[in-house]
Design a protein around this ligand. Structure first.
Ligand code: GLY
Ligand code: MN
Ligand code: MN
Length: 471
């Protein structure tokens, strides 16, 4: 498997195939079969009142069509000629003393899957030449608000700002073998980093120590960037879905005791392709009985979700099924009461404990494009589901059920005239300190099921073994 990865990633990032795919989608959407796709990379941006640059993050759509990491670059794809031209910054003598020589056009041609490399000073000339040479209607496809002021589209007869972005969004949903290899590599390295954190959890004193171990591991294995701000949440902070502080002591100051659990939601990028993995472990090395109850329910939610993943399945149904598993589990524990599974589902009570979506598309963005969420959905159960629609082969999704004990979210249910009868406040009292449990893997939808990219341990036994310091 490692050899397969090396073999695939030893080739060039398939920019040309991506350009072909986007051109086909433009055509299918009535955009015609000629014209220029024009797209710009991210510019170097300076820190306010400072002479240093802000951290650089390449524009994802530009990378998709070029494989190029360089700031201040441009790309044009001539659909009729099937010719991909990359424009890269030329030598600026003023900056060589500080930054060294930039990549040469010859080296760029060797490195990237493009047909021509020109300096960025040639862009307007290229566009004007295209228009003068093109006898029929000439057209440029671009993304609104992502065309620099120094670029002129005046020579074009037609400018289309509508079709390119949706075509890119659609194209990016279906990952090819190279993209899946990058996602797998990000997963392999992030999974090993999660394991390193599990092993260190028992002796660490503060959340930030564990974050440092995670990032150090990813960087030393070749992945400098994190997919998102990592979440290292101890104790009740695990119930804050996107906890950002990562700076709390692992001992509870009020009791002098170690907090119960640590939730880690973290993943690195491999050449812009993201991993997004969550694991939870007991800080003592052994889950408390209540934590174990909840861990088992969440794992069951995840296993039940994975079992039904295949092409054609509606993601709404997988999400709803995870709610049903949660309801059955919470009824067994006595946290939920006063009605059967269907009644509690219909009343939306499980949203109090599982308030987010089961998962989202994953790719160059952690919450990747193409999911068509409806954040105004009247049903709170589906409001934060970032993927609506059916699964298809090559789609990559996260599967991340969770059960949380967040006072801010649950207390309104406890004081609701209609809903309070479904929650046993006395039983619930024993569970606040569990915080939150989420288990998150990244899977590729295949022709007949799925392929799980995430290799971080997750069985209760493996988590306890590693967290208690056994090899
Ligand atoms: N790490 C963000 C998420 O899981 O969606
Ligand atoms: Mn996620
Ligand atoms: Mn996550």
């Amino acid at each position: 498997m490692a050899q397969d990865l090396d073999k695939i990633l030893g080739g060039k990032y398939p920019a040309k195939a991506h350009a072909n795919r986007v051109a086909d989608l433009i055509k299918a959407r009535g955009g015609g079969d000629s014209g220029i796709i024009y797209i710009e990379g991210q510019k170097t941006r300076m820190i306010e009142d400072n002479d240093g640059p802000m951290p650089f993050r390449q524009r994802r759509n530009f990378f998709y069509l070029s494989g190029c990491e360089l700031p201040d670059s441009y790309l044009a794809y001539d659909i009729g000629k099937d010719e991909l031209t990359l424009f890269i910054p030329p030598i600026d003598p003023e900056s060589v003393i500080w930054s060294g020589l930039p990549l040469s056009a010859a080296d760029a041609l060797k490195k990237y899957d493009v047909d021509v490399v020109l300096p960025t000073t040639d862009v307007n000339g290229y566009l004007a030449h295209y228009c003068s040479a093109e006898a029929g209607a000439n057209k440029v496809f671009a993304i609104p608000d992502q065309v620099s002021s120094e670029i002129t589209f005046l020579p074009f007869k037609e400018t289309d700002f509508d079709v390119l972005r949706p075509a890119l969004d659609t194209a990016r949903v279906t990952k090819d073998a190279y993209e899946i290899a990058l996602l797998r590599q990000a997963n392999n390295i992030s999974s090993a980093a999660h394991t390193a954190v599990l092993k260190a959890a028992k002796t660490a004193k503060n959340e930030r120590e564990l974050e440092a171990i995670f990032i150090s591991h990813c960087m030393s294995q070749g992945c400098r960037e994190q997919s998102y701000h990592p979440i290292f949440a101890s104790g009740e902070s695990g119930s804050t879905l996107h906890y950002q502080k990562n700076d709390d002591d692992l001992i509870d100051a009020s009791t002098g005791q170690k907090k119960l659990n640590l939730l880690v939601d973290a993943g690195c990028e491999s050449r812009n392709y993201c991993a997004d993995i969550t694991r939870v472990c007991p800080l003592s090395g052994k889950f408390s009985p209540e934590s174990r109850d909840i861990y088992n329910i969440v794992l069951e939610m995840q296993m039940a979700s994975l079992a039904i993943i295949k092409p054609g399945v509606a993601w709404d149904d997988v999400h709803a099924n995870a709610h049903r598993v949660a309801i059955r589990g919470l009824l067994r524990l006595g946290i939920l009461q006063g009605g059967d599974e269907q009644e509690i589902f219909d009343k939306g009570v499980s949203v109090a404990f599982f308030p987010h979506g089961l998962g989202h598309y994953l790719g160059m963005d952690t919450h990747d494009v193409g999911g068509n969420p409806n954040y105004n959905d009247e049903n709170p159960m589906f409001r934060y589901l970032r993927l609506r629609g059916t699964l298809s082969p090559g789609g990559v999704v996260t599967v991340e059920p969770g059960v949380y004990f967040c006072r801010f979210i649950i207390e309104p249910y406890l004081s609701s005239a209609e809903l309070s009868k479904y929650i046993n406040a006395e039983v619930l009292e024993k569970y606040w300190s569990v915080g939150g449990v989420r288990i998150e893997d990244n899977v590729v939808v295949t022709e007949d099921g799925y392929d799980n990219l995430t290799t971080a341990p997750k069985s209760l036994e493996d988590i306890e073994r590693l967290a208690s310091g056994q090899a």
